[in-house]
Every structure is written in C-alpha cells, then in structure tokens.
Design a protein around this ligand. Structure first.
Ligand SMILES: Nc1ncnc2c1ncn2[C@@H]1O[C@H](COP(=O)(O)OP(=O)(O)O)[C@@H](O)[C@H]1O
Ligand SMILES: [Mg+2]
Length: 354
C-alpha cells in the first residue's frame, strides 16, 4: 500500500505529487494526459520495470537525463520510504534510507498487480506469462522461491550452453543433479502456490464469467514421469535441438472454460475478465500471506467491457479489500463502493486533487 508518491521526469510527468487514499483512488484525464504514465511510474516503484515493456531510456522524459520515483509505503512490518532513480548509471534503489539490491527488494517493499488493456494476454498469450503469474504468487508465499528460481535458471543456462556447443554426454549429464534438485523444488513451490490460489481462482472466475472454470497445473514434462526419467529419455533430442526440451521452464497453467481451452475463447472481453479473475485471485492470495493490503493498478478497466461486466469486475475488486488506483476518461464510468480519492491530470500535471 502506498501513501505519498512523487515522480519526476518520468515520461510526460515533469514533477507530480499524489497522496493516495488507503482504499480507492481514481485518476481521470483526457487521452494522452498522463494517466497510464502515473500507473506505470507506480508499478516501476514496485517492480523496477515498466508494465508496458518500455526500456528505462524510453521512460525518461524527453530531454532529461534520469527519472526519480519516491513513495511512502506501508507493509505489515510498518512504514518505509522507497526511492528509485534510473539514469546513466542504471537502476538505483533505496529502501528505508539504504541502498538495496534492486527489483526483488522493491517487489517485497511494494507488492502490486496490474490490470491493464493488455491483461487478456495472461489467457491468450504464451505460457511464459502464466509462469510469471505463478512465480509472482510463489515469490510472496514461499520465502525461498526466488533463490530456487534463480539457481534453476542458471543451471538451465549452463546445460543449454553445453548442449549447444555439442559437449560430451558426460559434460551434459554433469548438470543433471543440480537441474533435478532446483527443478524439483521450483516445481514443488509452484504447485503449492497454485493450490493456495485455486479456491480464489474459482470464486473470482465464477463471479466474473458465470461459467465453469478449471486451472490445471502443467509441470513442463510428461505427467506420468519423474523429472529425472524425462531428462534421461529426452537427452538425444536435447542434443539434436541444442536445448533442454523438458522441465519446469516449460510449465504452464491450462485454463479451461466450460471444458474448452480458454486461450481459444473468441471474445477479447471474456479473456480480459478471465485474466482479471486470475490477477484478483493472485492478489488476494499474496495479500493473505503478507497480512497487509496490496496495491492493485487498474488502467482503464472499463475498456472492452460491457456495463454488467464492469460492475462485476468492480464488485470483485472491492471484495478483496486491496488498495486500488484506477484510471478513466471520466469519473462516471467506474462505480466504487465508496467515494474514491480523485485526481485530475492534464498534460502531465495533476491539476486537482481532493
Ligand atoms: N519519454 C517521454 N517523454 C515525454 N513524453 C512522453 C514520453 N513517453 C511518452 N510520452 C507522452 O506522454 C503522454 C501521456 O501518455 P499516457 O500516460 O499513455 O496517457 P493516457 O494514459 O492519459 O492516455 C503521451 O502524449 C506520450 O506521447
Ligand atoms: Mg492510458
């Protein structure tokens, strides 16, 4: 949760200061006034990267050398100030007045989720977005998830480098013990995360789509095999292709809608609702584990949704009791359960605030 927030030289925002309320906040303004930029800056403070996939260089206001973000955040452990500067020297992070090691420290200090017009990719896109989704929950509920994930990724890289350079079978196999160790633990941690999230997934999915939904974990190798056996059987093919074909790096969540693959759902609006249900479930699950309200950013949530869907979405958002910062073209499009703290932006400037 965030209170005071400042951003300078971030996209079109030269200098803005906003004092967010603990529950509902609404930023309104015309097209290109800077609404999404404010959410993007908030998300950058909790992730060390843009949710629009822009590089730091593109986020710096034209003609300036660096951007600076600052926030007063509240967690279960108490209040703390966090700051981010990104310029020629790369990302610099300060948490509680001390240098911090980067994105993971930010994610622990200001955990947040985003529902934006691209959210349907969580359902319609490739497995990587769903692995990231699962890893986000696991990061917040399993204390050693990040360390295991990093070590697995390193081993995978090394094994793939050996495969690519046509190393001997003995060299390739020398990575297998670590691959199985970290791969097995990564798999375990993701399974637990999905198990913890499942009730909430069903509940929000049903509330938003009024359909029968299922979320099935796919481990990344054949279901009836041990990872070791899959690795051994795949060795020849791995050598031919020059990379490891089976393992947790291929994991996915199979999302089904009335027993059909949700990825093939025709309506973009339905994909958006389903993806939103997943984000809300992840937020609620992490929030329960962390014992404090999380920040949820809603960028133009009304886009592509009919009125009934918007009100179901807003009801579900209200139900999880997180802190919300939403954007909209006008103040009438979104109905909140209580009066939101309102901000108007015009040409990158917050002109009214009450
Ligand atoms: N690095 C930058 N420096 C200055 N302006 C930028 C930069 N990047 C984007 N902009 C401008 O910021 C404006 C606001 O964009 P955005 O926040 O997406 O608006 P909104 O969400 O209100 O429609 C746009 O006019 C865009 O061209
Ligand atoms: Mg926008």
């Amino acid at each position: 949760m965030i209170g005071l927030f400042r951003a300078s030289n971030f996209r079109c925002l030269e200098k803005v200061e906003l004092e967010f309320g603990p529950r509902f906040n609404l930023i309104i303004g015309a097209n290109a006034s800077g609404k999404t930029s404010i959410l993007e800056a908030l998300a950058y403070l909790g992730r060390g990267k843009s949710f629009r996939g822009a590089s730091a260089a593109r986020l710096v206001k034209h003609g300036e050398g660096e951007f600076v973000l600052f926030g007063e955040v509240a967690r279960k452990a108490g209040r703390i100030n966090i700051g981010v500067r990104n310029g020629r020297d790369g990302l610099e992070v300060r948490i509680g007045g001390e240098d911090a090691p980067g994105a993971a420290a930010l994610a622990a200090a200001l955990p947040l989720q985003v529902i934006d017009p691209e959210v349907h990719n969580l359902v319609a896109g490739g497995p990587e977005t769903r692995r990231r989704f699962l890893d986000w929950v696991a990061f917040h509920v399993e204390h050693d998830h990040l360390a295991i994930w990093r070590r697995f990724r390193r081993v995978l890289k090394q094994r793939n480098a050996a495969l690519r350079s046509q190393a001997t079978v003995a060299t390739i196999r020398s990575w297998d013990a670590a691959f199985l160790d970290f791969g097995g633990r990564l798999d375990e941690s993701r399974r637990k995360a999905l198990t913890l999230t499942r009730d909430s997934l069903r509940q929000h999915g049903t509330a938003l789509l009024e359909a029968d939904l299922s979320f099935e974990y796919q481990q990344g190798w054949s279901r009836d095999k041990e990872l070791g056996a899959a690795l051994e059987e795949g060795l020849e093919r791995d050598r031919q292709l020059g990379s490891t074909q089976h393992g947790p790096h291929r994991a996915d969540i199979k999302v089904s809608y009335d027993e059909r693959l949700a990825r093939k759902l025709v309506s973009r609006g339905q994909q958006k609702l389903l993806a939103s249900a997943m984000i809300l479930a992840a937020t609620a699950t992490a929030q329960a584990a962390l014992g404090a309200p999380l920040l949820l950013l809603l960028d133009d949530p009304a886009a592509e949704l009919d009125e009934g869907s918007i009100s179901r979405l807003m009801a579900a958002v209200t139900a999880i009791k997180c802190q919300v910062v939403a954007t909209s073209l006008d103040s009438a499009a979104l109905r909140f359960a209580e009066k939101p703290t309102l901000f108007h932006v015009e040409h990158g400037v917050v002109i009214r605030h009450r």
